[in-house]
Structure formats: structure tokens, C-alpha cells
Design a binder for this molecule. Structure first.
Ligand code: SF4
Length: 332
């Protein structure tokens, strides 16, 4: 008997340029999953979700194809993975409404990401922000995803999805398998400002589109170990974000040497940063070249998104039909 493939699903909001943290922490893993036997991958750009915090239509129209271009340049193959825009599958909005009927508002109010976002944008605590986890549950349950690669901060969303799926199954009969968070490869790439996460909204990123000069300009002023005020001060690489970045992008021998040279003050931060800039640029160069090649094909991105959207719709439509039938809804 043929073994059914496990469905992997991940989405990203269309809020800005893709950065090194996205690439190292997620996209590389997505490409590996895509190329792993036994997995069927669904990757989408969450444009509905984007509207909860970034309502600018022009930005959305520019950011979304840019992200898809980066995914393709990183190695996502639209023949192997289903790549789509969330809003091109309007059935997800219907599924969100339907599973919302089994979602207690207490669960949503407890959601830590809602609290955090409401704190960040007190003038725009909108309904979409509040029901974000329900739409995310629809994203996951629509194609009946088995595995959801997530960072630690998104774990509560997978938990809520499991809770909603369980409640639905108990009330109406089984439709959903419970998805599982795929945490083992989730890695957190530190920011250039000394904080522990590189993020678009934190403004502490190296973007995938940054030129060698831009990378250097950002690294030149990046935060290092505060103890190294002078070149002769011994450092603590284990406390320095740039050392952590070296661990992601530099060869093991170089990382080991920097560890020793930083502690003994035989390397200065400027030289250490120069090595880091070279190694980051060596990763970005081929991505940028591939991006330019892909972007040359007129309408290619639009076609990829159209085809992916159609494929996703076919599958998600079936789930919605099943849900409607269980809930007693008839299309008259
Ligand atoms: S030498 Fe490198 S690892 Fe050490 S503090 Fe400076 S930048 Fe960080």
C-alpha cells in the first residue's frame, strides 16, 4: 500500500523584505523539507494576516511577490511545493468563520501574541488581530496539515489549532487530524542590536537584498560584547550576537579561532566583523543572482502564485465542504 505523504505547512506575513534570519531560521529548512521523501509542502504568504498590522495596499502589493521571489531564489520549487497567497484561497475565510463557532473567546484572550500585538499597536486593536489564531487554525486545518514548522513564539498558535480541531471533532464528528509543531529545526537568529531575534519590526536585520556594502555598513555599527571597550580588552564571545552569527555562516575552524582570539583579545571587533561580512555576503550573492534571473521572466511570479492558489483551493475546498456538511450547512 502507498504510504500517504505527510502535509507540511508554513506561512509568512508580507510585512517587508526577507532577511537573513528568515533564510537561516526558516527558508533553508523549508527547502530541506520540500526535498525530503514523504512530505508534501504547502508554503503561503499570509496577506490576510498582514492586514491586521500593515494595512497599506501598495506595500502589500510590492512585498508579496518580493517574498515569493526570495522563496524561489532560496530553492523552493513550485513543482514540488504548493506556493500560494492566502487571500487567493477565499475558502480559508469561510473555514475561519466556521471553526470560529467552536472557539471560546477566553482562549483567544489568553493568547500571548494577541496581548503583545495589542500592546504594540494600541490604536489599532482590530477584530482581525483578535481572531488571528482562528484564521491561523484555518490555514493549518484547511489543507489538513500534519506538521507545522514553527519558532517557539508561534507554538501557542499550534496549540490553539489543536484545541479547535479537537473541539470540532468532538462536537460534529471527526474531520481533522491534530497537527504537530515541528520544533526540532527551529532556530533563532540573533539581531544586530544585541537582542536575541532578528526581526523586520525590530529593524535589526541584514536583508537578503543587501549589497556587500550595505552588509558591512550594518555590521560596522552592530552591537558587540560591551566588555570590549578597547581593542586590548578580552571579550566574551558567548555573549556576543555577532559570534552567534558566525556560528551560522562561518566554517567551524573560523568560529573556533574567533572564540579563542576574542577571549585573548588577539582579534579586534572590526576584523571579526569584516570576516563575518565576507561570509554573509558569500551566502547572499548566489541568492541575489538567482533572484535577478527569476525576476526576468515576465509574469512568472504571478503564474506561480496562480497555479499554487488553484492547487491549494482544490484541496481546501474539499475540507470546507466536509466541515459544512458536518455542521448541517447546505448550499441551496
Ligand atoms: S571579537 Fe567578534 S565575537 Fe568578540 S566581541 Fe568582537 S565582534 Fe563579538
Amino acid at each position: 500500500m502507498l504510504q500517504e505523504k505527510q502535509v507540511v505547512l508554513s506561512g509568512i506575513r508580507a510585512t517587508g523584505k526577507m532577511h537573513l534570519g528568515n533564510y537561516l531560521g526558516a527558508m533553508k529548512n523549508f527547502v530541506d523539507l520540500q526535498n525530503t521523501e514523504g512530505y508534501q509542502c504547502f508554503y503561503f504568504v499570509a496577506d490576510y494576516h498582514t492586514l491586521t498590522t500593515n494595512p497599506d495596499p501598495d506595500e502589500l502589493k510590492t512585498n508579496l511577490p518580493g517574498i515569493v521571489l526570495d522563496y524561489l531564489a532560496a530553492g523552493i520549487d513550485p513543482e514540488k511545493s504548493t506556493l500560494y497567497a492566502q487571500s487567493s484561497v477565499p475558502e480559508l475565510a469561510e473555514l475561519c468563520l466556521l471553526i470560529g463557532m467552536v472557539t471560546p473567546i477566553g482562549e483567544l484572550m489568553r493568547c500571548p501574541t494577541f496581548k503583545e500585538k495589542a500592546r504594540k499597536q494600541p490604536d489599532n486593536v482590530n477584530h482581525g488581530l483578535f481572531t488571528y489564531p482562528v484564521l491561523m487554525a484555518a490555514d493549518i486545518l484547511g489543507p489538513k496539515a500534519d506538521l507545522v514548522p514553527v519558532g517557539e513564539d508561534q507554538l501557542p498558535h499550534v496549540e490553539i489549532t489543536r484545541f479547535i480541531a479537537n473541539r470540532f471533532n468532538s462536537r460534529y464528528g471527526k474531520v481533522f487530524e491534530l497537527p504537530v509543531a515541528l520544533m526540532e529545526k527551529a532556530i533563532r537568529v540573533p539581531g544586530l542590536d544585541g537582542t536575541d531575534k532578528m526581526g523586520k519590526s525590530e529593524g535589526n536585520t541584514i536583508d537578503l537584498s543587501d549589497s556587500a556594502d550595505a552588509v558591512w555598513e550594518k555590521l560596522r555599527v552592530a552591537v558587540t560584547d560591551e566588555q570590549r571597550e578597547r581593542r586590548s580588552d578580552p571579550g566574551r564571545p558567548y555573549l556576543c550576537n555577532l559570534y552567534a552569527l558566525h556560528e551560522f555562516v562561518s566554517l567551524t575552524d573560523i568560529v573556533k579561532a574567533i572564540d579563542e582570539e576574542c577571549r585573548s583579545a588577539t582579534i579586534g571587533c572590526i576584523d571579526c566583523k569584516k570576516k563575518l561580512a565576507e561570509n554573509i555576503t558569500a551566502i547572499l550573492d548566489p541568492l541575489q543572482q538567482r533572484r535577478v534571473e527569476i525576476a526576468k521572466g515576465p509574469d512568472y511570479i504571478r503564474q506561480v502564485l496562480h497555479d499554487g492558489g488553484q492547487r491549494a483551493r482544490e484541496i481546501i475546498k474539499e475540507t470546507v465542504a466536509e466541515v459544512r456538511q458536518k455542521m448541517g450547512l447546505i448550499m441551496y
